[in-house]
Design a protein around this ligand. Structure first.
Ligand code: SF4
Length: 457
């Protein structure tokens, strides 16, 4: 077993026994579950909308090269600059170079999972640049020195009392502040940073090819401030975020808000088309978009490419019985839950992360809730299949399945011995299974015995 798999099993074993953790997660997911049906009421046919969204993403990904080039052409026309980054290192190098050129000491950053993926904050810190998370959830996590717990709600595992205690400890506020008071404290701290930061860094929910723009969806307005105040705006976006046309947003904005937070529309939806133009009063002097590959083209060439349709709404995490028990941090990767368990082994390393694809009951709840109809549970199976095909499985695992297959294909063997005996033998052999699952339980009678009995009636 790899070190990553061992650590995952150890962390998830502890977390799944933590009832207080489960209570907080269930409380927050119950709130989410209560509002999603409200968001859905805006669609006359929600399934049709989801199918259309899937088709749009299929089109975008099938013509990804053309879409990205179209974006680059349109965006650079208005003075924006595009940087193609193949790896984490090249993205960080580009950001470091821009920050150096601007003599940057402070960066304001809005929520972006891609920046988590490339570990941007620690890179900036190492280079002596203060990076301030401006999304409240991310700010809380940054104060606590923890990565985000969930792709939409970074501090989902914390109760309001936990946050009040954290603020008291780190910022010296009274430890009984209400959520509104805590928000005001965070806002006060951040507002000063917007005006002093030289660089603002955001992600992009969508890259709009036809008009050469990026679209950002948020509820707090912090992303708008992060790109409007500083003189330089850097966007880091995965290449799969592309949509062929700005009009596609008519479908994707309501789907993202409904499945992400149960809102009919997210509070702030911003389209940014480039740096400040002549005669305009707002906006940065310079704007860069870093198009990040970082393993996405590996995914594109596999049968699991459909995972690139993901719009990061987080619905599959909220629906997953495994996620709800082990929580986001046990995965120890940027993207957790069902979607993370599919893309991580493909984007990083199958051997190190294949265990994530096995951490699923394959109940299909994720597929059921995905707004872009990704066949998530089937893709998890495809990953498992690929790992076995490539010989990335232990000797014990291979032997166990060989034995199981031979026995199942042999009627005489299946009819041998009583149910009790079979239980005893198999539970001794399949210890890797029984360590984390219920014991195997054979029927007291064989299929043939039951068949004969039935025929006798
Ligand atoms: S896979 Fe689907 S449900 Fe999961 S985060 Fe992506 S879009 Fe949302």
């Amino acid at each position: 077993m790899t070190e990553t798999a061992e650590s995952f099993i150890a962390k998830s074993t502890i977390k799944s026994a933590d009832l207080e953790h489960r209570r907080k997660i269930n409380f927050n997911i119950a709130k989410y579950n209560a509002v999603v049906p409200v968001g859905k009421t805006q669609f006359t046919n929600v399934m049709l909308a989801r199918e259309r969204a899937k088709n749009a993403k299929w089109r975008a990904l099938e013509t990804l090269d053309q879409q990205l080039e179209e974006f680059e052409m349109q965006f650079t026309r208005r003075g924006g600059k595009v940087i193609w980054a193949e790896t984490t290192e090249s993205a960080l190098e580009a950001i470091g170079k821009i920050c150096k050129e601007k003599s940057c000491t402070t960066v304001v950053k809005s929520k972006s999972m891609v920046s988590e993926e490339i570990h941007l904050n620690s890179f900036l810190e190492k280079n002596g640049i203060e990076s301030v998370e401006t999304d409240l959830g991310e700010y809380i996590q940054q104060l606590d020195g923890e990565p985000p717990y969930h792709i939409v709600t970074p501090a989902m595992h914390k109760s309001k009392e936990d946050v009040a205690r954290l603020f008291a400890e780190k910022l010296g506020t009274p430890d009984n502040l209400t959520p509104e008071e805590l928000t005001l404290v965070a806002r006060d701290k951040m507002r000063m940073k917007y005006t002093s930061a030289q660089v603002g860094i955001t992600g992009a929910n969508f890259i709009l090819a036809d008009i050469g723009a990026i679209a950002i969806t948020e509820n707090e307005g912090n992303a708008r401030l992060s790109c409007a105040f500083p003189k330089t705006h850097i966007v880091v976006a995965g290449i799969e975020k592309v949509l062929p046309a700005a009009t596609d947003l008519g479908l994707f904005w309501p789907l993202l808000s409904t499945y992400g937070t149960g809102q009919k529309v997210t509070v702030y939806n911003t389209i940014v088309t480039g740096p400040k133009q002549e005669g305009e009063t707002d906006g940065p002097d310079e704007m860069y978009v870093i198009l990040l590959d970082n393993g996405r083209t590996n995914l594109l060439k596999t049968e699991t490419r459909e995972a690139l349709y993901c719009i990061r709404c987080g619905a599959c995490l909220n629906a997953c019985p495994v996620y709800k028990n082990i929580g986001g941090h046990s995965y120890e990767v940027t993207y957790s839950g069902p979607i993370g368990s599919i893309i991580t082994p493909q984007m990083k390393d199958m051997e190190d992360y294949k265990h994530l694809s096995n951490a699923s009951s394959l109940c299909g709840n994720c597929t059921e809730v995905c707004p872009v109809r990704i066949n998530l549970h089937e893709l998890l199976l495809k990953n498992r299949h690929e790992a076995v095909e490539n010989g990335i499985s232990s000797f014990g695992e291979r032997m166990a399945w060989k034995l199981w297959k031979q026995a199942s294909l042999n009627r005489k063997m299946m009819n041998m011995g009583s149910g009790k005996l079979k239980n005893m033998v198999t539970n001794k052999i399949f210890t890797a299974w029984t360590a984390h699952h219920g014991k195997l339980a054979f029927s007291p009678k064989t299929f043939n015995q039951m068949w004969e009995e039935r025929k006798g009636h």
